[in-house]
Design a protein around this ligand. Structure first.
Ligand SMILES: [Zn+2]
Ligand SMILES: [Zn+2]
Length: 303
């Protein structure tokens, strides 16, 4: 299962009724946060989640509305007596940016590891899920992220019986272990069917539409995409500021063939995203206006 919560949906500045855009995901006991602007820890608290167990924080880019909440968040983790190391992932310059922010949060009871993205597309594996970073097109270096959970094939009882493998070892093979019995080696692929459809959530914000987004979001169960402006006449402004309109985001969702799209990163001037959704749905019917705290639990398909 992949639990998703869009903690905030604002761009540029937090508002009394709208926190800055960030995403929290939980998968197989691991917690991942993408972006951490001013107030993200309050948004998290409103959801009832704690920053203490976060394992990885990914940053799309280093504009303040996406990272200025980090020092406060680190201090909160420290106050909660966290000792487990924390992994940070982001574009080149991460260590320098984090180093600067750490001037105001110098003493922490846990280690911080910075992993800088050096390629246009790069994948980070964490056991049974992956974080895939892909370069987007903003006025500074910026990346989108997919969180992908793989799902191995179904256990084939007839194959295991045919190979004469003792029942006691089935469970280990099913979990992906290779075993050796009486000098013979059995690998999981010998008893598992074809890999089944996993889960994927793609998140991209602060960018113009790109082909890379379409490719990386392809087939996603949920595509969370920036939509800075709902007013169609603001398309030129979106181009200038390297952002998107709702309609441009909907075109991407349609082309990527995603199951669902949520919009986020609204301009502070945009009051009610819902007002524009009728026209957005004409392009991509399964589009929804993101709202602070909007959540979903994505589950593997039934066999
Ligand atoms: Zn932004
Ligand atoms: Zn930005």
């Amino acid at each position: 299962m992949l639990e998703i919560c869009l903690l905030g949906t604002g761009g540029m500045m937090p508002l009394p009724y709208r926190w800055l855009t960030s995403l929290m995901a939980r998968v197989h006991g691991k917690s991942i946060l993408i972006d951490c602007g001013e107030g993200t820890q309050i948004a998290m608290k409103e959801k009832g989640w704690s920053p203490k167990p976060i394992d990885v924080i990914c940053f799309t880019h280093y504009h303040a509305d996406h990272i200025s909440g980090l020092p406060g968040m680190l201090l909160t983790m420290g106050n909660a007596e966290r000792t487990e190391p924390l992994l940070l992932v982001g574009p080149k310059g991460l260590s320098r940016v984090v180093g600067a922010l750490r001037v105001i949060a110098p003493e922490l009871p846990f280690e911080i590891e910075c992993m800088e993205i050096t390629e246009p597309e790069q994948s980070f594996a964490f056991g049974d899920f992956r974080i895939e970073a892909f370069r987007v097109n903003h006025n500074v270096v910026c990346y989108g992220y997919s969180i992908a959970v793989d799902r191995i094939g179904k256990f084939q009882v007839d194959k295991a019986m045919g190979l004469g493998i003792d029942r006691r070892y089935w469970n280990r093979l099913q979990k992906g272990e290779t075993i050796e019995l009486d000098g013979k080696v059995y690998t999981p692929d010998m008893v598992l069917g074809e890999a089944r459809k996993g889960l994927k959530v793609t998140y991209c914000t602060d960018t113009r539409p790109t082909e890379g987004i379409v490719r990386n979001a392809a087939g996603a169960d949920l595509f969370i995409c920036e939509g800075m402006y709902g007013e169609p006449e603001k398309k030129e402004k979106a181009k200038e500021n390297k952002h998107m309109t709702f309609y441009e985001a909907a075109e991407l969702a349609k082309r990527a063939g995603v199951a669902k799209m949520w919009l986020t990163h609204y301009s502070p001037s945009l009051v009610r995203a819902e007002d524009y959704m009728r026209d957005v749905k004409k392009i991509f019917p399964r589009a929804e206006a993101g709202k602070d705290g909007k959540s979903v639990d994505l589950m593997f398909e039934e066999d």
